[in-house]
Design a protein around this ligand. Structure first.
Ligand SMILES: NC(=O)c1ccc[n+]([C@@H]2O[C@H](COP(=O)([O-])OP(=O)(O)OC[C@H]3O[C@@H](n4cnc5c(N)ncnc54)[C@H](O)[C@@H]3O)[C@@H](O)[C@H]2O)c1
Length: 312
């Protein structure tokens, strides 16, 4: 393992939502390692604050004010990188917001706004950046998922759907990008940033206590700075990973994955009856002997590999 420091000198990194919270910490950490950082935010003062902090520390950055939530907005961010610094080496899709509500009270407008910001926002920025990366034969892309999306969180149906969708987007960008030197990973950060402040209560009252209890042992470690080192690594040339999801924050980093159990097969290869499904589903759900497929085809091969021998 190399002990050389990870540097991004001469590299240009876009960070969306760089004006506050995690995005600001990422932008500052990337600039501290030599990257020229395009600091996007929909709030002008926030983007300017981050650029001022980077410049005060001797780094290079430019502010780009606009939304990720439209195709034009995404293109403008990539254009700003090309106009300002001449290239795009990495994109950190981070911009985000919350509009929590109980599922039966969630409005379609709020649901759409969340999907537009997180999921379509990442598409709008990443697609034009990917085209440049493909042409230059190199790129790094970070998508921001969330444990709310991968594991579930009450009152966050819109957010969770968008965040789980980002893992699907990452999977495909990683597979398609591999031949072009493009590596894509998703992160699930955890930090107190004030996201959602001023909006509706973040969690239903009946789970608030459990949420507080679950966070209590790690609350003092939940800073944005605890999440930034992973992002610097994933955005750098040193990044050896692709097609992965990492949980990060509170002093830890861990891989999160979607696996498949080896399951239950009908003995004769014929369709099961609903009653047989009822009988065998618990066993088919047992976590011994699971696999973590690397693609849809890999998942199909896993199903085929476990076929019981005998006539079908
Ligand atoms: N804080 C956490 O624990 C946590 C956990 C999981 C995932 N995340 C995700 O991490 C990302 C950053 O969250 P944070 O906690 O730092 O939030 P934050 O509110 O501190 O920062 C988000 C920034 O994004 C900007 N933004 C919002 N909508 C935008 C848009 N359409 N275009 C451009 N900029 C926009 C905001 O102005 C803000 O500056 C989000 O995607 C969030 O969902 C955060």
């Amino acid at each position: 393992m190399s002990s050389d420091s990870i540097r991004l000198d001469g590299q240009v990194v876009i960070v969306t939502g760089a004006g506050h919270g995690l995005g600001q910490a990422y932008a500052r950490a990337l600039a501290a390692r030599g990257a020229a950082v395009v600091c996007n935010d929909v709030v002008a003062e926030r983007a300017a604050d981050t650029v001022a902090a980077i410049e005060a520390a001797g780094g290079r950055a430019l502010a780009q004010v606009g939304t990720v939530a439209t195709p034009e907005g995404g293109a403008a961010i990539v254009d700003a990188a090309l106009a300002g610094f001449g290239r795009v080496d990495a994109v950190v899709n981070n911009a985000g917001q919350l509009r929590n509500a109980a599922f039966d009270e969630m409005t379609v407008d709020d649901f759409r706004a969340i999907v537009d910001t997180h999921l379509l926002g990442a598409f709008h920025v990443t697609q034009p950046a990917y085209r440049h990366m493909k042409a230059q034969g190199y790129g790094r892309i970070v998508f921001t998922s969330s444990s709310a999306g991968m594991f579930g969180s009450p009152w966050q149906a819109s957010y969770a759907a968008a965040k789980a969708g980002l893992v699907g987007l990452c999977n495909v960008v990683a597979l398609e990008g591999a031949a072009h030197g493009i590596r894509a990973n998703a992160i699930m950060p955890m930090a107190f940033t004030g996201i959602g402040e001023g909006g509706p209560p973040p969690y239903p009252p009946d789970v608030l206590e459990d949420t507080a209890a679950s966070l209590q042992p790690i609350a003092h470690l939940m800073t944005a700075e605890h999440c930034a080192p992973l992002v610097v690594y994933l955005a750098s040339r040193d990044c050896a990973e692709t097609h992965r999801v990492f949980s990060v924050g509170a002093s830890h980093v861990a891989r999160v994955f979607v696996g498949s159990t080896s399951g239950w097969y009908t003995p004769d290869g014929r369709p099961a009856t609903p009653e047989a499904v009822r009988e065998h589903l618990a066993g088919a759900s047992a976590l011994d002997g699971f696999a973590v497929p690397e693609s849809m085809n890999d998942a199909s091969r896993f199903v085929g590999a476990n076929l019981p021998s005998g006539p079908t």
